[in-house]
Design a protein around this ligand. Structure first.
Ligand code: G6P
Length: 479
């Protein structure tokens, strides 16, 4: 089938809900953009530099019509979202339907037909923008649950391009996924890709089960065959590609004298506690923040941790504040923190230092270095990059990681102390164990963790994904 659409000029196109930049507005109202920190941006940078690359995404504010612009050699192509799209597509369908459904319905998902309409409308807009930018035979990499319909829509517009999709969050068990009224359309949307990547092997098999249940297609292992009139048309591969971080840069940053000095300062400012525990999360109900703080409060109550010489620093960065479940979570967490500090604090010492803020990478690295034990207790998490950042920062081979078995990271980070965050007693034991761990054991565990995290960085991740994707034979659209 000939491609009727005029082609764009980019050989490599990333499509993600957000553009990889943050806008800042000066006193005169001029907008300037700086590269946002973050895994995906770092992973794509070398690929963007090598190929002629464009990134299609939303600028982060509603009703902004911005022309494409260039940052660090990458063409950024803003997609406009109206205030209504923001409410129905972003806060609604993406973050109040799909997000809770895909995270084990920890919070009940809401199903609204008007949200679904907005999801289709906005996905079509992203697909069209990608189609306009991609050169003949280009590679297009679509990211995450906000854009699951884009692969099919894009293939219809541009059958000549290779399409990869990576799902950054969990893919739920079939029994939960089947609740979605538009489950078949979502699965068909993803099958527009040549390669569908997941964090864990279990996510990929959950997806293949959904394909088997909801379509008539043939599957063999993790390969799905699409046919037309009895003839094989193409194959879709589903596979795991666990994402990582820019481990080397993080490791180097944590070795700088400034960060090392700041780590000492942090401990000092906290009153030089004997034990410093750390939690770092987006303020999200999937992260198990309440479970963690409850366990900590009980340890103080039981006298298993000293109320005067222990501190838990909990960084909770603001997130999705217009979604009710997030506003409710904030109230719950803040009430719990207030109660613990009220019950066990003293003049000049609060057992929980709660920070509802985001911090630059340097400060995060210093916090990781300062902490004796890192607590990652998510109830469900696609990967959890905070766990990997903590490990990358610990070139001193010290510190201990308490890690939920319900994170993707738990499949890889076997040197961590694994916990079931629903089991408060088990978590209390694990925290106590990590706090009192023999230094020889913690060094051994940390070395093992570091081998994994430094040996498999985000660059390796994107290379592996793209190697499989580009091995897909290019379809000759002119025959
Ligand atoms: C998760 C998702 C991302 C998302 C990020 C921040 O990591 O997988 O797709 O961008 O959270 O959430 P936000 O709603 O602020 O984009």
């Amino acid at each position: 089938m000939p491609s009727a659409a005029p082609t764009g000029r980019y050989d490599f196109v990333v499509v993600a809900n957000r553009l990889p930049v943050d806008a800042s507005v000066d006193d005169d109202g001029n907008v300037s953009w700086t590269r946002s920190p973050g895994g995906l941006v770092t992973a794509m940078a070398p690929v963007m530099a090598a190929a002629d690359g464009a990134w299609v995404g939303w600028g982060g504010a509603p009703d902004q019509e911005v022309e494409p612009f260039e940052v660090d050699g990458t063409e950024l192509v803003p997609v406009m979202l109206t205030a209504e799209d923001l409410e129905k597509f972003y806060e609604g369908f993406s973050n109040d339907t799909l997000w809770p459904l895909y995270h084990d319905v920890i919070s009940p998902p809401t199903f609204h037909r008007t949200w679904w309409e907005a999801y289709q409308r906005v996905n079509r807009r992203f697909a069209q923008a990608a189609a306009d930018q991609a050169a003949e035979g280009a590679t297009v990499w679509v990211h995450d649950y906000q854009l699951q319909l884009v692969p099919k829509m894009l293939r219809e517009l541009r059958p000549d391009v290779r399409i990869g999709y990576f799902h950054h969050i969990p893919w739920p068990p079939l029994e939960l996924f089947l609740q979605l009224p538009w489950r078949k359309q979502v699965v068909e949307g993803l099958l527009g890709a040549d390669l569908v990547g997941f964090q864990r092997a279990g996510d990929a098999s959950n997806f293949v089960r959904a394909v088997r249940r909801l379509t008539e297609l043939t599957t063999r292992g993790q390969v799905i065959t699409l046919s037309k009139n009895g003839r094989t048309e193409r194959h879709v591969r589903a596979a795991a590609f666990p994402i990582s971080i820019d481990s080397g840069t993080f490791d180097e940053l944590a070795r700088t004298p400034e960060v090392q000095k700041r780590a000492k300062e942090i401990r000092h400012e906290l009153g030089d506690p004997d034990v410093l525990l750390l939690g770092v999360d987006r303020l999200d109900y999937t992260k198990g923040i309440r479970h963690r703080i409850k366990a900590y409060g009980e340890l103080l109550h039981d006298g298993r941790l000293s109320t005067i010489s222990t501190t838990l620093v909990q960084v909770a960065s603001p997130s999705r504040e217009n979604v009710d479940a997030y506003a409710q979570l904030r109230d719950d967490v803040e009430q719990l923190v207030g109660r613990i500090n009220g019950d066990y604090g003293q003049v000049g010492h609060a057992p929980v230092q709660y920070l509802h803020q985001s911090f630059p990478m340097e400060e995060m690295a210093a916090l990781y270095l300062a902490a004796d034990v890192m607590l990652v207790t998510a109830l469900r998490d696609g990967m959890n990059l905070v766990a990997k950042e903590y490990v990358a920062a610990r070139s001193d081979d010290q510190g201990a990681l308490v890690l939920s078995e319900f994170t993707g990271a738990a499949d890889e980070l076997t040197g961590a102390v694994l916990v079931n965050p629903h089991d408060i007693d088990g978590m209390k034991d694990a925290i106590t164990y990590a706090v009192h761990m023999d230094p020889r054991e913690s060094r051994k565990r940390m070395r093992r963790l570091r081998r994994r995290v430094l040996g498999h960085d985000v660059n390796a991740w994107s290379q592996e994904f793209l190697a499989v994707l580009t091995a897909v034979p290019r379809r000759d659209t002119h025959v």
